[in-house]
Design a protein. Structure first.
Length: 88
């Protein structure tokens, strides 16, 4: 099993049935940039605190995620967001 916050090597094959976003709750600092940048409203700030004491982001509605990756690029925290895109 791969530890949280690592990147998937390009040589690895990953079978993805639908695009999705995975948030690493304990790495998130709750800045909200990913929430604001998501065009489909997939993400929201959580009411729960993580181990760093931040209101981390949560996946609000995963069914509308398109795997665009905008949230990934908006996030200033390395490894806090992983986006899985469907292979063409």
């Amino acid at each position: 099993m791969r530890p949280e916050g690592t990147l998937v090597d390009e040589s690895e094959t990953l079978t993805v049935k639908r695009p999705s976003v995975h948030l690493h709750f304990e790495l998130c600092k709750g800045c909200g940039r990913c929430v604001v940048s998501c065009p489909n409203g997939v993400l929201a700030l959580s009411g729960a605190y993580n181990k760093l004491g931040y209101h981390a982001t949560k996946v609000e509605d995963p069914s509308v995620c398109t795997g665009c990756g905008i949230c990934f690029y908006a996030c200033p925290e390395p490894g806090a967001i992983t986006v899985y895109r469907k292979q063409k």
